[in-house]
Design a protein. Structure first.
Length: 135
């Protein structure tokens, strides 16, 4: 539960800033999809440090976690793009509401990806230790 609360804190702060930047840039006439992509990359880079240290207290390999983080975010980016395409192009939603909805969906996906894939414990499990003692 603590991880979820910390993830929420890191996510709210980074996404609030990113969403504000998104609103400003699109108000200046930039494409919503291109802007979402650029803002996504920036927020993801900042989020790595916050989530690695604060949320998951990960002490494993920075490079390994970094590579998995890129893979998780590639999936998140594609999910975000699919949601925007569906809601903007198919249903005609406002780009602001479409992106707000996408943020919530992608955040849930990323929490699971970070917890079980990116920042997973790299120490052997108790079951693995028990099995090695048996042999």
């Amino acid at each position: 539960m603590r991880q979820l609360l910390r993830y929420g804190f890191v996510g709210v702060v980074s996404n609030a800033v990113a969403f504000g930047v998104y609103i400003i840039i699109t108000a200046l006439g930039a494409s919503p999809k291109v802007t979402a992509g650029a803002v996504y990359v920036g927020a993801a880079a900042v989020g790595f440090v916050g989530n690695r240290r604060l949320t998951f207290a990960h002490e494993g390999s920075v490079w390994g976690a970094g590579a998995r983080y890129v893979v998780a975010h590639a999936g998140g980016f594609l999910l975000n793009l699919c949601i925007l395409t569906l809601l903007l192009d198919h249903y005609g939603w406002s780009h602001v509401w479409s992106q707000a909805f996408a943020i919530v969906v992608v955040a849930a996906y990323l929490f699971a990806a970070f917890k079980f894939f990116v920042f997973r414990s790299e120490a052997p499990s108790d079951q693995d230790s028990d099995r090695s003692m048996e042999t």
